[in-house]
Each structure stands twice: as C-alpha cells, then as structure tokens.
Design a binder for this molecule. Sequence first.
Ligand code: ZN
Ligand code: ZN
Ligand code: ZN
Ligand code: ZN
Ligand code: ZN
Length: 288
Amino acid sequence: MDNKKKIIIISAIGATIITLTTVLISVFVCFHKWSDATCNTPMTCEKCGETKGEVLQHEWVEATCKEAKHCLHCGLTDGEPLAHTWIEATCEKAKTCSVCNATEGKPLGHSVKNWKITKQTSCSADGEQVGICDRCKKECVEAINKLPHTKSNWQVKKDFIINSDGTVTAGTEAIVCVVCKAELETREYTAELTISQKNAAICAYDEINFWHCGPSFLIYSVLLDIENYPLEDAKFVVAHISVDWDEQAVLFAKENAEGSSRGSLVDEMNYYGFTKAQIDKALKEVGY
Ligand SMILES: [Zn+2]
Ligand SMILES: [Zn+2]
Ligand SMILES: [Zn+2]
Ligand SMILES: [Zn+2]
Ligand SMILES: [Zn+2]
C-alpha cells in the first residue's frame, strides 16, 4: 500500500469520527437557552424544556378604589376594588371620591330664597339680582333676562318718492320697539300708482317749473282747478314728489321781487302757498 492510499484512508476515518462525534453531542448535549422565571414557571430552556431554580414570588399591589389587589408581574387579582371614599356633593362640586377624584352626579347648585334686584331689567338690557345661598352662604349674582320688546305698527322710516317720469323710488318702513326705539323689522315701502296719480305727478313736476309755487297752490289751484285731477290724487302726488319748497320760494321771490314792496311780495307768496318760514328765508335771499 502506497502512501497516497494510506493518507486517503486515514482522512476518511478522521472525517467519519468527527461527524459521529458531532451527531452524538447534538443528540445528548443541549446548549440551553434560558427564559426568565415568571410567577407561574421557573427559568426554562426554550430548546429542551429543562427548568432551573424556583418560580418568582407574586409582587402584590394593594387594592385602590379603581383596581383590585393584583400582581405587578402576572396581573393575577385578589378580591375586589375598594369602595370609593365619597365626599358629599356641595353647591358647586359634585359628589367626589377623596382618593381617586371620581365624581358622581352633579353639583347641587346654590339655593337662594331671597333675591334682591340690583339692576332693573328692560327690553334693551339684562337686569341683575343678588342673594345669599342658604346652604353655603356665598353671595350669588345672577342675570335676569331682558324683557321682550313692545312692537309698534309699521312706521315709515324713509318715504317713497314719485319721480318726474311717474316712476316710484321705494323707501323703507319698520316695526320699532315703542319703549327702546330699537328697529325690529324693516321692509321696502312703496306704492303702485294709478294712471291718474302717475299723470298728476308728471304734470306736477312740469307745473312747478312754470309756477315756482308752494305745495297748497300746486294742489288746489293747479292740479285740482286747472288740470282737473281728483283732490285725493293731487294731495297724494304732491306729498311724494321730490321738490325743495325752500328753493321754489327763492325762485319765486327772485322772479317777482322787482318793482314789488316787501309787503306785497309777502302777500303774493302767501297766496301762492308758501309758509312764513319759507317766505322769510326767500326774502332774505333776495335782499329784502
Ligand atoms: Zn436546554
Ligand atoms: Zn404574579
Ligand atoms: Zn375613589
Ligand atoms: Zn351655595
Ligand atoms: Zn325695546
């Protein structure tokens, strides 16, 4: 047998021995992997299940009103939670546990028998009353709700205007509180003109530019007597046309001042339907 063969045989035998040894060790010897002991089990090998040492002692946490006595590690409980230690409800605080602050129900609320009004209530402002609580003796201040407003009927806030072409520009009307004057509701205020009213209005604007007269002359002498409109329509139209009567008085005075005494100009302006105030103002304007 040559050396080469010897070496091969010896190597083969060696490899076999190593393999067998490894198999034997792995079957009969465990390289333990220990898990920690718990309250129920001692240290235990995760591979072979072998145990070592003792189970842990439970570590008890005393009962409270929220939790029963229990083990910190395994959660095992013993008995029931404690009863709450209640402090009775007061005016401002609900029934409360002095240990855990749990509450039950609602505060009682103050109990005032004799209120004294310190601020009268109205429809525009809350009132106020003060009293001592019979239970806790605290001074209590309470608002008294506003009174309801007292509604008026619809009142014109801004009159509608009848224009020179017979159209109408709406105004507004409102319901107000008769006590505090607050505006409670508003709406458009307008009118639907009859054909007679519309024509009377167009006529009134034309005539005023010719006559420069006051409102009563325009109603009675012009619209009623000359133009034959019904008195009601004449009055209605003149009440709603947009004419500056002061300005008309000045125009009238300017046109008629020449060659006229102050007295006769006043008489004339009276006749043409101007008021004393309008006449005085207009005469001042033309130098009388
Ligand atoms: Zn093991
Ligand atoms: Zn435990
Ligand atoms: Zn409690
Ligand atoms: Zn009270
Ligand atoms: Zn009011």
